[in-house]
Ligand binder design. Structure first.
Ligand code: TXA
Ligand code: MG
Length: 350
């Protein structure tokens, strides 16, 4: 298949191009498009055959359900059987934006989308290209992240092209994704909301609106016999470059010393080593592949760059990556959740 790559200006989207993309979606094809979190791989969310193509293109396990995206609020009601009071509060506070809600599904939503669950995850993105495309399509658009399953989510069109070129009909290049990590997922299908995946809308922001919420234990711990994530996708190894990622934690000076020692040792053993550093520490490491993920005092820069940097390590072809860790407060929760998964919770404490 020939994948058409088109550029669209986010400030002033060309409606002819978005109309063509909408037509592809209505006809059962696949279109990757930007959102404010990461790039999504869109298909007609009511068409089982089209959704099956998503699983094929991504190499995604079929028990991992898809998110349905909507272009305006009226798109929600036909795809859920109930909007709970907590869902209404979250919608009023945060939609459109980077938070996905899990609600009881309506009959019309195929089991291919929900992976056999009786709930459906719904997202109303704020990105202008995403909204205009979904509105033009006039259908709910199933949109998981547009990466090969297991790889870091794409934050640029070039990442999508690298993973999916030749497997999908179109890629809309709308520039770098603002936030760079996937949306928060909140299960509001029952009385007490449960945070299934941390994201740009933080636990603190949610609790200001609906009071205390539960957090799925799998958010911060390694899934094991007792800890089975409620979001099926969170059980898979994720966000990982091909290299082994090792997180190093301890007082700042010890971290730098330990990473330098380990890097030297590994290099002597013939391994190609990468180090993920911050603006604050980049000059403290002795290694040829030091990449700066962001500014420790501005966590949003780390969120925006994390997946790009993990992909870059793959591109350079390193065998092992040592990384510093970050505070888990506020938006740091999303950063550490993804980093822990990339590393398979592999830590050196120093
Ligand atoms: O920011 C985002 O949410 C991006 C953009 C493209 O919208 N999408 C995204 O989709 O991250 P995906 O498929 O990569 O992640 C969706 C997650 C998976 O972990 C899946 O298991 C979970 O949502 N999920 C989907 N439906 C669910 C449901 N009914 N109950 C619990 N978890 C669900
Ligand atoms: Mg994904």
């Amino acid at each position: 298949m020939n994948t058409k790559l088109v550029k669209v200006d986010i400030e002033n989207p060309d409606m002819n191009i978005l109309g063509e993309a909408a037509e592809i979606l209505r006809n059962g094809g696949l279109v990757a498009f930007p959102t404010e979190t990461v790039y999504g791989l869109g298909a007609n969310g009511l068409d089982e055959q089209a959704c099956k193509k998503i699983y094929e293109a991504k190499g995604r396990p079929s028990d991992n359900p898809l998110i349905l995206t909507i272009g305006d609020i009226s798109g929600l009601y036909p795809i859920v059987s109930r909007v709970t009071p907590n869902a209404e509060k979250i919608i009023n506070a945060f939609w459109p934006g980077p938070i996905t809600l899990v609600l009881p599904k309506a009959e019309c939503v195929p089991m291919t989308v929900t992976g056999g669950l009786d709930t459906v995850a719904v997202r109303f993105p704020s990105n202008k290209i995403a909204r205009e495309l979904i509105k033009a399509a006039g259908i709910p658009v199933a949109a998981p992240s547009a990466n090969s399953s297991g790889k870091p989510s794409p934050t640029r069109a070039s990442h999508v092209e690298f993973d999916l070129n030749g497997k999908i009909d179109m890629i809309i290049d709308g520039g770098a994704a603002d936030w760079g990590l996937e949306s928060t997922i909140l299960d509001v299908s029952e009385d007490r909301p449960v945070l299934l995946r941390p994201g740009a809308v933080t636990q603190e922001m949610i609790e200001e609106v609906v009071g205390k919420i539960d957090v799925d234990p799998a958010v911060f711990s390694k899934p094991s016999g007792d800890i089975v994530p409620k979001a099926p996708g969170m059980k898979y190894k994720h966000y990982s470059p091909s290299a082994r990622v090792i997180l190093v934690t301890g007082p700042g000076e010890n971290v730098i010393k330990t990473i330098n020692e380990k890097a030297k040792e590994d290099a002597q053993n013939g391994l190609k080593v990468g180090i993920m550093a911050t603006e604050q520490t980049k000059d403290s490491y002795n290694c040829s592949s030091v990449l700066v993920v962001g500014d420790r005092n501005r966590p949003e820069t780390i969120g925006a760059n994390l997946f790009k940097i993990l992909r870059k390590f793959d591109f350079i072809g390193v065998d092992v990556v040592y990384s510093e860790v970050f505070d888990e407060d506020g938006e740091g929760a999303a950063i550490m959740n993804r980093l822990n998964k990339a590393a398979g919770f592999n830590y050196i404490k120093c």
